[in-house]
Design a protein around this ligand. Structure first.
Ligand SMILES: CC(=O)SCCNC(=O)CCNC(=O)[C@H](O)C(C)(C)COP(=O)(O)OP(=O)(O)OC[C@H]1O[C@@H](n2cnc3c(N)ncnc32)[C@H](O)[C@@H]1OP(=O)(O)O
Length: 473
C-alpha cells in the first residue's frame, strides 16, 4: 500500500511539466470546449450555482493583518465579492458566514461584517461553526435555503483570525470577577479582592485541540500518520509538492479568487498569499517534530500553519443568475457530511466522505477531473490516500467489498493546498470551491470533488460540475 502511494507521489512530480503544455492555451485566456459527459441531475429543483467567490490573501498569522479585527477582514471579502460580481447589495437575501475561534465581541461575525461592509440592515446574517469545514457548511446552508424556496441569493463564506484569539482568565479569576461585579457593598468587594491567590492569574491559553480528548490536531495527525505508515520522508515530499505547485500557480496568476486588501498603516496592498515557501528537502529533513517529541513526524513544514484570512462566495438558483445576467462558475450538485469517533479517527473525513458522495451521485473515482482536498497535515493527506487505496479499510470501515481506489494525483490539489496556501480554518471551504471551479475550466474538466476533515471527527465532501458559462476570471 505504502509503495503505491509513493508511486503516485512520484507521478505527481510530473505535474509541473504537464502544466507547462497547457500554458499557451491558458495565456490566451480561452476557455476550453466543455467535454460532454452526462450532466448530473439537479436534486433541488433550483439548479443551485456557485456564481463566483473571492478570498483575501491568506497570511501567516502575526504578519500584515495582525492589527486588524476578524470582522474587518470578513468585510473585505464581502466587499470584494460585490465588486468582482458587480451585483448590488440589495439583491442579496441572506448571509451565512463561518468562524471557528470566535472573537467574543463579534460572535455573530457574519452580521457584524455585513454591517461594516454597508449591507442593508434588512439583510439577515448568521454565523456557523463546524471547525475547518465552516464555510462548506455556510455554502450548504445556503443551498438548503435556496432549495427550500426561502431565498434566491445567498452569500456564504468564512473568516479566521489567528493573530488575536481570546485568552481567558482562569476559571477561579472569572468567577471572582463576576462575583465582584455583583457585590453590593465596598466591604464585600474588598473581601473578594483579598481572596485573590497567585494561581488565579494563570491564563487559559487557547490550543488547536479537540475538546473531548484534549489532544491537539497535530498530535492526532502524528498518530494517524503512524497508524497508516506515512513516513517522515513521504510527509516532507508531499509538503514540498504542495508548496511547489502553489508557487507555480501563484506565478502563473491562477489565483484569480484573490482580492487585494488595503491594511491601515501599511503602504501598498496585500495582494498575495505569504506562506508559500519552496524549501530544499534537506532543510525540511532538519526540522524537529512539532507535536510528539522526540519521535513524531509532523513538523512546522509538513503541517498547515496558523493563518489569517477570509472568503466569500455568491450562491443562487441558476434562473436568478440568468435574470441578473451573471455567468456562474459551477453547479453545486451535491454534498454530504460524515462523522466518526474523534478520539479514534479525527482527520479521516475524506476517506469517508469521498466514497459517500461518489456513491450518492453515481460516479467513480476515475470520473473526477479535479480533486481539491483540504491539507490539514501532509501525514493526514497520506493517511487518507492510503485508506482510500486499502481493501482492509474499505471492508472494515466502509462496509465495501474492497478499496475505494486511489485518486489520480495528477488531478489532486494541482495548485497546492492548505499546507502551502494557508488554512484560515473557516475560510478554506470557499477557497476549495473556487479552486475547483477555476481548475475545471483550465483543465477542461467537468466534475470536481472537494473534501475536508474537521475537528470533532467530522468531514465534508461536495460535488461540483462545471457550468457552461464558466471562465477562469
Ligand atoms: C482539520 C484541520 O484542519 S485541523 C487544523 C490543522 N492545523 C493546525 O492544527 C495548525 C498546525 N500548525 C501549528 O500549530 C503551527 O504552525 C506549528 C506548531 C506546527 C508550528 O508553529 P511554529 O513553531 O510557530 O512555526 P514556525 O513558523 O516558527 O516554524 C518553526 C521552524 O520551522 C521552519 N519552517 C516552517 N515552515 C518551513 C518550510 N516550509 N520550510 C522550511 N522550514 C520551515 C521555520 O523557519 C522555523 O525555523 P526556525 O525555528 O529555525 O526559525
Amino acid at each position: 500500500m505504502a509503495s503505491q502511494v509513493a508511486k503516485s507521489l512520484i507521478k505527481a512530480n510530473h505535474v509541473r511539466s504537464t502544466v507547462k503544455f497547457d500554458t499557451a492555451r491558458r495565456a490566451l485566456s480561452v476557455a476550453p470546449v466543455l467535454q460532454q459527459k452526462k450532466s448530473l441531475p439537479d436534486r433541488t429543483g433550483k439548479n443551485v450555482v456557485l456564481v463566483d467567490g473571492v478570498r483575501t490573501p491568506f497570511l501567516v498569522s502575526f504578519t500584515d493583518y495582525a492589527r486588524m479585527m476578524p470582522h474587518e477582514l470578513a468585510r473585505h471579502a464581502l466587499l470584494g465579492l460585490l465588486q468582482k460580481t458587480g451585483i448590488s447589495k440589495d439583491v442579496i437575501d441572506y448571509i451565512v458566514y463561518g468562524t471557528v475561534i470566535q472573537e467574543v465581541k463579534t460572535s455573530n461575525i457574519g452580521r457584524e461584517a455585513a454591517l461594516a461592509a454597508g449591507f442593508s440592515d434588512r439583510t439577515p446574517a448568521h454565523t456557523v461553526t463546524m471547525a475547518c469545514i465552516s464555510s462548506n457548511q455556510a455554502i450548504t446552508t445556503g443551498i438548503g435555503m435556496i432549495a427550500a424556496g426561502a431565498y434566491d441569493v445567498i452569500v456564504a463564506g468564512g473568516v479566521e483570525f489567528m493573530s488575536d484569539v481570546p485568552i481567558r482568565h482562569s476559571r477561579k479569576m472569572r468567577s471572582l470577577l463576576l462575583r465582584i461585579n455583583r457585590a453590593k457593598t465596598p466591604a464585600q468587594r474588598l473581601s473578594l479582592i483579598a481572596s485573590i491567590r497567585p494561581d488565579f492569574f494563570a491564563p487559559e491559553l487557547p490550543a488547536v485541540a479537540e475538546f473531548s480528548s484534549g489532544e491537539t490536531m497535530g498530535h492526532s495527525a502524528d498518530r494517524l500518520a503512524a497508524a497508516f505508515g506515512a513516513s517522515r520522508l513521504e510527509q516532507d515530499q508531499y509538503a514540498l509538492r504542495s508548496h511547489t505547485l502553489a508557487h507555480e500557480a501563484q506565478q502563473k496568476g491562477y489565483f484569480t479568487d484573490l482580492i487585494p486588501v488595503k491594511v491601515d498603516g501599511k503602504d501598498g496592498l496585500v495582494d498575495k498569499d505569504n506562506g508559500i515557501r519552496v524549501s530544499a528537502p534537506e532543510q525540511l529533513a532538519k526540522l524537529k517534530p512539532a507535536f510528539i517529541k522526540p519521535h513524531g513526524t509532523v513538523t512546522a513544514a509538513n503541517a498547515s500553519f496558523l493563518t489569517d484570512g477570509a472568503s466569500a462566495c455568491l450562491v443562487m438558483s441558476e434562473a436568478k443568475a440568468k435574470e441578473l445576467g451573471l455567468k456562474p462558475k459551477a453547479y453545486l450538485r451535491d454534498f454530504t457530511y460524515v462523522a466518526q469517533d474523534p478520539v479514534d479517527q479525527l482527520l479521516l473525513g475524506p476517506a469517508y466522505g469521498i466514497p459517500k458522495i461518489l456513491d450518492k451521485v453515481g460516479l467513480k473515482v476515475n470520473d473526477i477531473d479535479t480533486w481539491e482536498i483540504h491539507e490539514a497535515f501532509a501525514g493526514q493527506i497520506l493517511a487518507n490516500l492510503k485508506a482510500l487505496d486499502s481493501d482492509w479499510f474499505g471492508q472494515k470501515y466502509l462496509g465495501r467489498q474492497g478499496k475505494v481506489g486511489s485518486p489520480d494525483l495528477e488531478k489532486w490539489n494541482k495548485w497546492g493546498g492548505s499546507l502551502s496556501i494557508g488554512h484560515p480554518f473557516a475560510a478554506t471551504g470557499v477557497r476549495l470551491a473556487m479552486h475547483t471551479a477555476h481548475r475545471l475550466v483550465r483543465e477542461d474538466g467537468q466534475f470536481g470533488v472537494i473534501s475536508a476533515c474537521a475537528a470533532g471527527g467530522q468531514g465534508v465532501a461536495m460535488l461540483l460540475e462545471r457550468h457552461p458559462d464558466a471562465t477562469t476570471q
